[in-house]
Design a protein around this ligand. Structure first.
Ligand code: FE2
Length: 327
């Protein structure tokens, strides 16, 4: 029995279309808007998505070797994300739903990041460290007052990804993002930097300011290395605390910054010392992608959830802990 679900992801610079068939990812197609030193201008990114949406859908259908008429449901990212970009995915999904007379499911982007990793790692009830540009949170499922992702800890200011990008821009690294900082950090040595963890929460702006101030005064390799080491140690300490307090025995690392080798290494070591099962997905699923949205849309479909037409909107600040988990 086939159960084919196609979904669109368009919350930021990636336009992704994924197709799943009974929990199996059979297509994960994407096009990425290239970020310049001016950052992301929402209208330009949305324009890029609108121009590419049919091509990416077509690509995904070809990858999966299915036709539009074979589909059973459509999903899209409702939020959080950049308004004009989210609109492109929402409109395409609603259009497909209407044309093909299929149910449409609005998906929370953060939940999709965690669920895809959990699904691929075959984990049941993990703590999730969700780290991306705008987000840094430690989450896990709690059952009261309803089943939802509870936030155990989070950043009080900016996401760790944005901090690394901001540093990269200040240091004039090209491209100005975390993986370039990681490359520079390879030959660096440790210098002391401000470390700020309060329970399971943390802040990054103090660390960012300190690192940026050192540019030109100390070796860039040392600053990059120490910035990474400090930020990732903070995340590892807070995550360890969440694991100990909840007693959960599994850990997933999700989101764009999950592509960082050094962060994976630290979490792996910590998990090993507590006999925690650690899993991180292949990088194509850590970066924004359509397959993760399709997987959650499939779970919503299988939960017999009835979606009202007025729920097929976008929500730039769609909070993860407000979403009922029905599976
Ligand atoms: Fe994301």
């Amino acid at each position: 029995m086939f159960l084919l679900i196609l979904a669109l992801e368009s919350s930021a610079h990636t336009l992704g279309v994924g197709i799943v068939d009974n929990g199996k990812i059979i297509a994960n197609s994407k096009q990425m808007y290239k970020i310049t030193d001016k950052g992301m201008i929402p209208a330009r990114v949305a324009d890029f998505h609108a121009k590419n949406v049919y091509k990416v859908i077509k690509d995904a259908l070809e990858q999966a070797n299915v036709r539009l008429s074979d589909l059973d449901a459509i999903g899209y990212t409702k939020g959080p994300g950049i308004g004009p970009c989210l609109h492109v995915g929402q409109l395409a999904a609603k259009h497909l739903g209407l044309e093909l007379k299929l149910p449409v499911y609005p998906v929370n982007h953060a939940i999709a990041h965690i669920e895809v990793t959990k699904h691929l790692g075959k984990l049941k009830d993990p703590i999730a460290l969700y780290v991306s540009g705008g987000n840094s949170q430690i989450l896990g499922i709690e059952n009261t007052p309803f089943k939802h992702y509870h936030i155990y800890g989070e950043t009080f200011d900016i996401g760790v990804g944005n901090m690394l990008d901001n540093f990269a821009r200040a240091a004039k690294l090209i491209p100005a993002w975390g993986s370039t900082v990681a490359k520079v950090a390879e030959s660096g040595n440790y210098i002391d930097m401000p470390y700020s963890v309060k329970g399971m929460d943390f802040t990054f702006t103090g660390l960012q300011t300190n690192a940026v101030k050192r540019i030109g005064k100390e070796k860039l390799e040392d600053i990059a290395f120490s910035l990474q080491e400090t930020a990732f140690s903070m995340l590892t300490e807070a995550t360890e605390r969440a694991l100990m307090l909840t007693g959960k025995k599994e850990l997933v690392l999700s989101g764009g910054v999950a592509q960082s080798k050094r962060l994976k290494e630290m979490l792996e070591l910590m998990s090993k010392s507590h006999k925690i099962k650690f899993y991180d997905a292949d990088n194509q699923f850590n970066a924004d992608n359509g397959a993760m949205i399709a997987l959650v849309a499939e779970k919503m479909y299988n939960s017999d959830l009835k979606i009202n037409k007025n729920e097929l909107n976008i929500d730039q600040k769609y909070k993860i802990d407000k979403v009922k988990i029905l599976w």
